[in-house]
Design a protein around this ligand. Structure first.
Ligand SMILES: CC(C)(COP(=O)(O)OP(=O)(O)OC[C@H]1O[C@@H](n2cnc3c(N)ncnc32)[C@H](O)[C@@H]1OP(=O)(O)O)[C@@H](O)C(=O)NCCC(=O)NCCS
Length: 155
């Protein structure tokens, strides 16, 4: 079996990213994203690709929200490759990109509190995040009963 590596997403990855997110969304681990959202935000994504580029086994997106604020979202590692450090690497790739862009505060809305705590994120009350963050929430099937945890990393 071939190895895996991280790279920025390409247009041919969209269908697999969509499938990975849909699988996780079924278990209510994260929110699904439409093809429209994925195509228009493709540049936000890193993917975990097989060496031969034939398979995508994970993804993570960094979305710029506001002055000095970005969000990590759509993080998935396929169960076949979990607990091997790929989730950490995907998050680190996004954090590194945030620094390159001059954004030093990154948040996430998640059910994976312990995982993100290990990455150095701290839990905050949702009210600490600017209102702009909630623009997307209206599209969420759970709105307005949000049970995700807000976590922030300041670099
Ligand atoms: C959460 C997820 C991305 C973690 O990916 P992963 O590749 O298994 O994580 P890693 O192997 O990089 O783990 C990094 C560290 O976090 C720990 N960890 C991994 N998953 C964890 C979890 N669910 N809870 C607590 N700690 C966890 C690992 O033990 C490891 O600790 P260490 O550095 O002390 O060894 C993966 O379980 C997943 O895709 N889950 C389903 C989708 C999901 O919930 N996404 C988050 C949406 S915001």
């Amino acid at each position: 079996m071939s190895g895996f590596f991280l790279r920025k997403a390409r247009i041919e990855d969209v269908k697999t990213i969509h499938m990975l997110l849909m699988e996780c969304a079924k278990g209510e681990l994260l929110l699904p994203r439409s093809f429209n959202q994925l195509y228009s935000h493709l540049r936000d994504f890193y993917v975990l690709s097989s060496d031969d580029n034939k398979t995508i086994k994970g993804c993570c997106a960094l979305s710029i929200c506001w002055d000095q604020l970005a969000e990590i979202r759509s993080l998935v590692v396929h169960p076949d490759l979990q607990k091997q450090g790929w989730g950490r690497k995907l998050v680190e790739a996004c954090l590194s990109e945030a620094v390159t862009l001059g954004v030093y505060k990154v948040f996430t809305l998640t059910y994976q509190r312990d995982f993100f705590a290990k990455m150095g994120f701290e839990e905050v009350t949702k009210e600490k995040l600017p209102q702009k963050v909630w623009a997307d929430c209206i599209h969420c099937p759970k709105f307005p009963e949000c049970d995700e945890i807000a976590m922030v990393m300041e670099m």
